[in-house]
Design a protein around this ligand. Sequence first.
Ligand SMILES: [Zn+2]
Length: 131
Amino acid sequence: MHEMSIALAVIGQVEEAAERAGGVTAVRSVRLQVGELAGVVPDALSFCFELACAGTVLEGAELVTDTVPGRARCAPCAHEWSVGMPPLLSCPRCDGGGTDLLSGRELQIVGVQWEDGSTPASTPEPIPEER
Ligand SMILES: [Zn+2]
């Protein structure tokens, strides 16, 4: 279950941002963009997040996940379609090779709110994928 390592990565990034901001004592919410194809189960992620937050500046913070639908585009015929689940990665129109994934692999923090309602000055980096 890699949701725990993602939760830990999210917490690490928010802790760093809190350190840079200075004087942050609590985090109100963390908004995460999760692509349909990122292989993350939002419920499992919330569960791990809650567990892993204990004892950090994020304790009690709300995790909000925005699901990004998977979209693919066929290079030979330029047809675009929703990848869906399980993902359909060959062109439904021409069945040709050469599919570009346009979206659906996102996994990044898109917003953080500190306890006083303010937000970090810089945009956090995407969560590195597991190797
Ligand atoms: Zn095609």
